[in-house]
Design a protein around this ligand. Structure first.
Ligand code: IVH
Length: 659
C-alpha cells in the first residue's frame, strides 16, 4: 500500500469509527457490533503503526474513555477507574505471567471470574448508605447516575454491615438475555428501533434522564471489586465480603493454582457460556493476593495484576477482494466473496458465500467493499453488511454472468427460482461436484479420492461420470501425478470394495434435487427398492412422510429424466448393486433426532449409522421421536425434547447404543 493510499484509507476509517462512536456513546444506539467496530479500530491502528507520521492527536486510536452527557452531574472518581488489557490466546497469558514474575518474584494463585458484558459502575456508600453512583466516563470523571442506579433492586441502598465512613464498590450493570429479547419484542410492537444487545440496553437505561424509565427496565448488578473502606487480603476474601455486604457476584468464580488450571476453566466456560442467562464475553484473571497485585502496579490505564481473556469475537470487518462465481453439481451458480483473510471466532476466514443474486442485491456487496462478517459457532461465515461509507470510488454492482464462468455455456434463470444455472450437463465444475457428492461420506463413502485426484481424472479424460470410477484400472491411475504402483493398487481396491450400496445411500449419490440424507431414507423406507420408487407417481411420493409437493415433483421429474435413466444403466453396467432397504435391524421402528455438535463424528455419519441399523432420522422434534441426541451447543431442539419428555442421549451414550 502506498502512503497516499494509506492516507485515504485512514481518513475514511476515522470518519466511520467516529460515526459509530457517536451513535454508541451519545445516542446509545449501535449499527454494527462492538467486535466489528474493534476490527475497524485494529485496521486503523495497524495503518498508523506502519505510517506513524499519519497519526494525528484527534485519531480515534488516541482517545481514552467516553465523554459524559452534559445533562448529568459530573463526579470525580477518588481512585481512577481503570480498565483491563485484553488477550485472546492462552499463550498470551503465559507471557503475562512471565513478565509479572520478573517484577514480583513470588508464587501466587489466580482468582478467575466471569467477565460480564455490561456497564461498569462505581457505588459510593457513606456510613453504610448509598451516597452516589457514577459511570466510568473517561476513568477520572464519570456521570452521576444515582437516580437510575437506585432503581436497580440488586443494588443495596444500605450495606448489610455497619461500616463507618466511605466504602466504594465497583461492578457491572447488565441485563438478562431473556429480558433483552422481551424488551425488543415490545419495542418492535411499538415500532421503536431495536437494541443491538443487552449491554446496549443497560448502557442506555442507566443514562436515561428520567429514572421512571430506568425503573421500568429489568437491570441487574454483579459486584467485582471493593475499592475502598474494607480491608481484604485476597480476591477470594473480597468475593466473600461483597456477598456479606449484600451484593450479587458473578457466579462460578474459581481459585486456580496454576495457569494450566486457568486454561481448563477457559475451555469449560467457552462451551457453557452460550447457555448462560446473561452475556459473558470472557474471563477476568486476577492475581489472588492483593498485596502482590498492588506491587505489580499499573501500566497505562490497566493494572498488571488482572487481565481479561476475551472469547473469540464472532464478527470482524475485512475487505472483499473479489466476487467469484462457483458452479455446483446441479449447475447452480453461487457467488462467493474472496476476502482478505481475517480471524473470526477462533479461525481464519477467507471465503464467504453470497448465496445468490437476490442476496447480493439486498446487501449490495461489491468487490472492494469493506464488510462485516460473522461466524457463529460452527456455522458457515456470512457477510452481514457492507460499510458503505468505506466503499472506494469506481466500484461496480455485481452482475451474474450470462455464460457459465467454467464452461462458457449459456446460463438459465428459471421462472420463480432465485437460482441461475449452467445448462451444460458436461460442465467440468458440475461433473466434479457431482462426483465428489456421490463418493462422499453420506453416499458411496469412498476413501482416498479427494478433490485434487477427481479433478485430475476429469482433466485427463479418465472419467466423466460416477460409474466410470468402477471401470478404472491401475494403469489408468498410474498416469496421474503422485501415484506409484502401490497407491494405484490401493485406490482401485478401495473403489472396487464399494460395488454394493444401500438404497438410501444410492438415492443420496444420485443427487436428486432437494433430497438429502433424511428424505433419501424416508423414500427408501417407503419404497424399499429402486424399481418400486421408479414406478411411483408424484401423488404416491407426496404420501411419504417428510416429502412435500415441490420435492415430490422435482424428484419425480429428475428420476424420469433421460440423463438419470442413462446413469442408472451405467451403474448396473459397471456392476454396482443397490441393496434394498432393510426393514429390520436393532433400531427398527425407532426415530432419532440430532442436535448440536457430536464431537468426533459428523451429523451425516451419525444419521447413516442409525439408518444402517434400521432406524429412522427425523429433522424436527415431535411426539413420534424416540431419541434426541444432544451434542455441544444444542439449541431449541433440546429444550423442546425436554418439554415433551423425550429420551435424551449424549453423543457418547449414542455411540455406545450403536456399537
Ligand atoms: S475487574 C480495573 N471483574 O470488564 C478494572 N471487571 O474490560 C477491574 N468486567 O472495566 C475490573 N466483569 O467493566 C472485573 N468479573 C469482572 C468483570 C469485569 C466485567 C468489566 C469491567 C472492566 C472491564 C474490563
Amino acid at each position: 500500500m502506498t502512503k497516499q493510499e494509506a492516507a485515504n484509507r485512514i481518513k475514511k476509517l476515522r470518519q466511520e469509527i467516529n460515526h459509530h462512536r457517536y451513535l454508541y456513546h451519545v445516542l446509545d444506539t449501535q449499527e454494527i457490533s462492538d467486535a466489528a467496530l474493534d476490527s475497524l479500530k485494529n485496521e486503523l491502528e495497524d495503518l498508523e503503526q506502519k505510517f506513524p507520521d499519519l497519526r494525528t492527536p484527534d485519531s480515534p486510536t488516541m482517545r481514552v474513555g467516553g465523554e459524559p452527557k452534559p445533562e448529568f452531574q459530573q463526579v470525580e472518581h477518588t481512585a481512577r477507574m481503570l480498565s483491563l488489557r485484553d488477550v485472546f490466546e492462552p499463550a498470551e497469558l503465559l507471557q503475562w505471567e512471565k513478565r509479572n514474575k520478573k517484577i514480583v518474584q513470588a508464587e501466587y494463585e489466580y482468582f478467575v471470574e466471569l467477565k460480564v458484558d455490561g456497564v461498569a459502575i462505581s457505588l459510593v456508600y457513606q456510613d453504610g448508605v448509598l451516597h452516589h453512583a457514577a459511570t466510568r466516563g473517561d476513568g477520572v470523571v464519570g456521570e452521576d447516575v444515582t437516580h437510575n442506579i437506585r432503581t436497580i433492586e440488586a443494588i443495596p441502598l444500605s450495606l448489610r454491615e455497619d461500616i463507618p465512613g466511605r466504602v466504594e464498590v465497583r461492578g457491572e450493570v447488565y441485563m438478562l438475555k431473556a429480558d433483552f429479547e422481551r424488551m425488543n419484542i415490545e419495542r418492535g410492537q411499538q415500532d421503536l428501533p431495536l437494541y443491538a444487545n443487552p449491554r446496549n440496553i443497560a448502557a442506555g437505561s442507566i443514562r436515561q434522564l428520567d429514572p421512571a424509565m430506568a425503573a421500568s427496565r429489568p437491570l441487574r448488578f454483579f459486584a467485582w471489586e471493593i475499592t475502598a473502606g474494607v480491608d481484604v487480603a485476597t480476591r477470594v476474601d473480597e468475593y466473600e465480603k461483597l456477598q456479606e455486604l449484600g451484593f450479587a457476584v458473578p457466579p462460578d468464580a474459581k481459585l486456580c493454582h496454576t495457569l494450566k488450571e486457568v486454561e481448563t476453566y477457559i475451555a469449560t466456560e467457552e462451551k457453557r457460556r452460550l447457555k448462560r442467562t446473561f452475556q459473558v464475553d470472557g474471563l477476568v484473571i486476577k492475581v489472588n493476593d492483593l498485596r502482590t497485585s498492588a506491587r505489580l502496579g499499573i501500566i497505562g490505564k490497566a493494572p498488571r495484576g488482572s487481565i481479561a481473556y476475551k472469547f473469540a469475537a464472532e464478527e470482524a470487518t475485512t475487505i472483499v477482494e473479489d466476487i467469484v462465481v462457483q458452479v455446483g453439481r446441479t449447475g447452480t451458480l453461487t457467488p462467493v466473496a474472496h476476502l482478505r483473510p481475517v480471524r473470526v471466532a477462533g479461525s481464519t476466514v477467507s471465503r464467504a458465500t453470497l448465496h445468490n443474486m437476490d442476496e447480493i442485491k439486498r446487501k449490495d456487496v461489491r468487490a472492494g467493499d469493506t464488510v462485516v462478517i460473522r461466524k457463529a459457532g460452527d456455522i458457515i461465515p456470512e457477510v452481514v453488511k457492507v460499510l458503505l461509507k468505506l466503499r472506494p470510488e469506481n466500484t461496480r454492482p455485481f452482475r451474474m454472468p450470462k455464460k457459465c464462468p467454467v464452461c462458457g455455456s449459456p446460463v438459465q434463470h428459471e421462472q420463480g427460482e432465485v437460482a441461475v444455472r449452467c445448462t451444460n450437463m458436461f460442465c467440468f465444475s458440475q461433473q466434479r461436484e457431482r462426483i465428489l457428492h456421490a463418493i462422499g461420506k453420506s453416499a458411496f463413502d469412498i476413501d482416498g479420492l479427494g478433490e485434487r485426484i477427481v479433478e485430475q481424472m476429469l482433466q485427463e479424460g479418465l472419467i466423466e461420470e460416477v460409474p466410470d470410477l468402477w471401470e478404472l484400472t491401475e494403469g489408468d491411475v498410474l498416469q496421474l501425478e503422485g501415484f506409484a504402483e502401490k497407491s494405484a493398487h490401493n485406490l482401485i481396491a478401495e473403489i472396487q470394495s464399494h460395488t454394493s450400496i444401500t438404497f438410501s445411500r444410492f438415492l443420496v449419490a444420485l443427487g436428486i434435487p432437494h433430497v438429502g440424507v433424511v428424505t433419501a431414507q424416508d423414500l427408501a423406507r417407503a419404497f424399499t427398492t429402486l424399481k418400486a420408487l421408479l414406478k411411483a407417481s408424484v401423488e404416491q411420493l407426496v404420501e411419504v412422510e417428510g416429502v412435500g409437493k415441490t420435492v415430490a415433483q422435482a424428484a419425480h421429474a429428475y428420476l424420469h429424466s433421460d440423463s438419470i435413466q442413462h446413469l442408472l444403466e451405467r451403474y448396473s453396467g459397471v456392476g454396482v448393486k443397490v441393496v434394498p432397504q432393510k426393514q429390520s435391524g436393532a433400531l427398527h421402528g425407532k426415530t432419532f433426532v440430532f442436535t448440536g455438535s457430536l464431537g468426533d463424528i459428523s451429523r451425516d455419519e451419525a444419521k447413516q449409522l442409525v439408518i444402517a441399523a434400521g432406524g429412522r432420522v427425523a429433522s424436527a422434534v415431535g411426539q413420534q421421536v424416540d431419541y434426541v441426541v444432544v451434542g455441544e451447543e444444542a439449541g431449541s431442539k433440546e429444550k423442546k425434547a425436554k418439554q415433551l419428555g423425550l429420551h435424551i442421549l449424549s453423543p457418547s451414550q449414542f455411540k455406545k447404543m450403536i456399537a
